[in-house]
Design a protein around this ligand. Structure first.
Ligand SMILES: *[C@@H]1O[C@H](CO)[C@@H](O)[C@H](O)[C@H]1NC(C)=O
Length: 163
């Protein structure tokens, strides 16, 4: 259970604020929102961002990468555009052969055009694409987003024919 100020939620997230007002209408003064699809630790970081307007963590790099993925999903859900951009930026810096496929899937689901472009750029190099294709995440990408993989391969062959 996390307590937060109504006015703050209203200023930071139209979605969360609407959920809270809905619950207040039903159950009276205090109001509570059940967040079912997010770990408490992630929601806590989200709240901290709402209050401080800065990246909520001082963590080691791997944790930061995982948190950036979780917070991107949360920021998209609650329509917190600035947080979403910060997460995209952090994920962008983590694009590598082992991460590109999962970052690309995340970018596709959450409509992050710049991040998607950055993944495409990275995977546009045949060497990087080959390395990324060796990982399990790429298989998942291929089965969950076949059209995305087609788009990627089409782009690579266009780039190759231009060079
Ligand atoms: C391919 O991967 C290497 C090593 O991670 C990276 O330095 C390079 O920028 C990548 N190529 C592109 C086009 O992003």
């Amino acid at each position: 259970m996390f307590a937060a100020h109504r006015w703050l939620l209203a200023a930071r997230s139209p979605v969360l604020s609407a959920e809270l007002f809905g619950s207040m209408r039903e159950s009276g003064a205090a109001g509570a929102v059940r967040v079912a699809d997010m770990e408490a630790q992630v929601f806590k970081a989200l709240l901290r961002f709402m209050y401080t307007d800065s990246w909520p963590l001082e963590t080691v790099e791997e944790e930061e990468f995982a948190m950036a993925q979780h917070l991107l999903v949360a920021a998209d859900k609650y329509r917190m555009e600035r947080l979403k951009l910060i997460c995209e930026d952090k994920l962008c810096k983590n694009i590598a052969a082992g991460t590109a496929a999962s970052i690309l899937a995340l970018a596709e689901v959450h409509h992050c055009h710049e991040l998607k472009g950055a993944c495409f750029h990275f995977l546009g190099s045949p060497k990087n694409l080959t390395a990324a294709m060796a990982g399990d995440d790429f298989e998942n990408l291929r089965s969950s987003f076949p059209s995305l993989v087609k788009e990627l391969i089409a782009k690579c062959s266009i780039d190759a024919s231009v060079q």
